[in-house]
Design a protein around this ligand. Sequence first.
Ligand code: ZN
Length: 678
Amino acid sequence: MHPSVGPLRCALSFVLVATPLAAQSNAERVANDAYTRSHDYHLVHQRIEVKNFDWDSTALDGRVTTTLVALRPGLDSVILDAGKLLALTRAADSRGTPLRTAAHGDTLVVYPARPVAFHDTVRFVLDYHARIANGRGLTFIQPEGRAHRPQQIWSQGEDHDNHLWFPTYDFPNDKMTWELVATVPQAYSVVSNGRLVSDRPNAGATHTVTWNQDKPNSTYLVSLVVAPLVRVADQWRGIPVDYYVYRADSALARRLFHLTPNMIDVYGRLTGVPYPWVKYAQTTVADFFGGMENVSATTLVDWLPDERAYLDRPWYQWILIPHELAHQWFGDDVTTADWANMWLNEGFAEFLPGQYWGTTLGPHAAEDYYLDEYRQYLQIDARRRMPLAALGSNNIYPKGALVLRMLLAYLGPERFWASLHVYLTRHALGNATTDDLRQAVLDATGENLDWFWSEWIYGAGHPQFTVAATYDSSTRALTLSVKQTQRDSVLTDTSGVRYETARVFKMPVAVRVGTAGGDLVRHVELASRDQTVTIAGLAGPPEGARVRPAHGLARHPAAARPRPVGPRLGHRAAREAPGRLDRARRARLGSRIRRLLPDPRRGRRGPRPVRGPGGGGPTRGRTPRHQRRRAARRDRHIGPARRCTRGRARASHVPGRPELRGSRRRPHRSRPGRLDRA
Ligand SMILES: [Zn+2]
């Protein structure tokens, strides 16, 4: 989608076209960086100055000063991404000498005065007037006479939309520092990335606000919010943790966001990497579709739950806040090198909240959290079976969370978190691919999990089992025939890439056998498609047997029932049945969240302390049944979690998530009696 200019790129294009795509597996293409964009310069810094915002014409005036380093000798043209609605008014080098430019669609070519030598630096200034197709890159919000909807502007960069309001390199695999300088009416705040440098009043009832992101990051994470906001200040170990909300919401903000410092603390302890940025801001805006993890400045939908909704809709705290915060490590500090590896951003961000709740509330809370992910994954997989690491993968959120949880179960907490520590520190402020994560595990543990990556990350689907059992009373031996029945039925993708499902998933399973004398558990390694497991020396005839894979995707246990006795150990299946139990479980979730909220009548309550890496706190008792029933009635209003959004180009990647479809879609307000699906 990005025009290529120049003989080198043409030659590369020829090579790619000449290679038959059908010959390449998904694993080869992802692991070989086939989806990572080439660039012949390194973007070092941009000073982005924006002013004269016009809500009627959705336009602004901009000046961007770009500093970059040539990555090839004789760099004679700099190809930037710049929306075709950006009308250039001036291009000049650092001495003010005009520069020649050419625009082709969403590409702007700047010709330096003379060719730039390899690794030499060049700087130039571009002035422009930008018209914005509202909702693309920037969204201008008008009050429209509605309450709780002040006039405002917010940006949304991911995937490729920030170049629609300032010229830049709009792909994640080059990281720069930046300043954002915005001149806005005096009544409006400006929230952006990094450190607040200055806020100066001007003549004409405007002020100019300067933010500085002085650690390099991908340009899709550049953020701008202009709105009448108040700042509710909090902190974690001296680092500002700010909540920017409308004045009308200021009394609710602390109650909603107050767990953030504790989440920062827990994530830092689990990963061994302290929060990486100079501040953390969470800003609520209108018509947003969830949250976006702009570095150090997350943007969130302005549906602040009111006093009543705190009881009814825990999703905002349960998933949205911890998900976007997790991205500050996974996605922002270490960023996917391309969109085919996007699960590295989203899978970790979806995985970590379960760890937070498990650490804070106990293992049952984590079970609840991942059970939701499991159900979402099954729905998505039923529609289209895709690998986790693939361009446009539809399951990066739930399958990512589940595969990482399975990896945690396989490696154990010490080796798992040590591996993540290697991954985070090795690629800090940089980019990573799926294979970089495998390499980090190998270096931290000595174990090459290439088979795990092939089966679970590059391959599609998950294992499915049938189990048949026979019992020989003469030898008192139970024989289980465990067959893997998953089929490789995935057709070749339109791009020529074929997604394969492993014929055999290698995995440890627990075989639990119920007998009159109690349950017996044997751990078995499955390594073939059709495997026989014999458990001899039982005290008597078994009442039932259950094969349960390690935590994760394949957690649905396969049961076998040797005649003539009835099933046992069926409680898991009952618990996972849809319907009433599901609502009760959600209500229990709300009850847990409520316990963490400060209650002025009882004094401030907060989360329990962390017990160390991977450690879980004690489990809280369950809510009495009558309270669960009452909560379940309220729970009709609990909606699905809004997650970090992705740009328009990615919107169709999660067909199971209507709330993620279409960044231009206006979300519905919650109404009594309907599920809160947008
Ligand atoms: Zn996300």
